[in-house]
Design a protein around this ligand. Structure first.
Ligand code: SF4
Length: 250
């Protein structure tokens, strides 16, 4: 089985858009960035509510956030994990973004290696966050190697000669991007969404729902997630999945 051969199954199953960003504002780069800071160690439902509170409190741009009080912003972000630290990080991050000419659009317009290095130098931004910002806030068709993608690729057995769970981030990214020849932005965004969707609904951390209808999740934006996985008989790649096919039928 190749990765490319199962992408049509995923697309056919998880059809409804929008999958992730933009959510509540047209400022895709701003919303993705604060979401990626807040989501660390935190469920998306909690993050989405915190983003809405930040927007309602007037923190609708990097400029507004840079002028904010870290303690106040931290309280608004509560109960996100480490909300005090994240409040401080958001203000510092926004200040650093505002120091760039053209702010985040200017960073995202840089060549991919420079843009990524610039993002990685910002507070609370690691590889996964930087790549997600480049993909959704910018226009770089890349593959995000998050925990969902690692779990799915590993269980499905798509790259059997590589330990996808432990391989270095950049190695996995290079492997997948070379394999899929990712050049289409929409397809790359959809692919990341599919990795998240399949792991939320079917390929869950414990007790994957290979032969069951997908687990339901409820987000504030009713267009998201719960609507993406219709009642079904199981995971859309179960027939091809190494993990699933190793489970004895009972
Ligand atoms: S068949 Fe099961 S183990 Fe395989 S990808 Fe689907 S949910 Fe995960």
């Amino acid at each position: 089985m190749t990765f490319a051969s199962i992408i049509p199954n995923l697309n056919a199953h998880f059809t409804h858009e929008p999958h992730w960003w933009p959510i509540h504002t047209p400022q895709r780069d701003y919303e993705v960035t604060i979401g990626m800071v807040l989501v660390q160690q935190t469920r998306w439902e909690v993050v989405e509510a915190a983003v809405l509170r930040l927007l309602a409190a007037g923190y609708t741009s990097f400029d507004a956030l840079a002028c904010g009080n870290p303690q106040v912003i931290g309280e608004i972000c509560k109960p996100c994990a480490f909300y005090t630290r994240k409040g401080d990080a958001l203000v510092r991050l926004a200040s650093e973004v505002c120091a760039f000419e053209s702010q985040m659009p200017g960073i995202l317009a840089l060549p991919r290696p420079e843009a990524r290095a610039t993002l990685l130098a910002l507070p609370q931004i690691g590889r996964e966050s930087a790549d997600t910002i480049l993909l959704y806030g910018g226009t770089v068709p890349l593959f995000v190697v998050d925990a969902y993608a690692r779990r799915f690729l590993s269980r499905a057995g798509i790259y059997p000669n590589v330990n996808i769970l432990t391989a270095p981030y950049d190695d996995v990214q290079r492997l997948v991007e070379a394999d899929l020849a990712l050049t289409d932005l929409h397809a790359a965004r959809e692919l990341h969404a599919m990795m998240v969707e399949i792991c939320i609904h079917h390929c869950t951390a414990n007790n994957p729902r290979c032969r069951q209808s997908g687990a339901a999740r409820t987000f504030i934006d009713s267009r998201k997630c719960a609507a993406h996985c219709p009642p079904c008989l199981g995971c859309p790649v179960a027939k091809q999945c190494t993990f699933h096919n190793a489970i004895p039928l009972v």
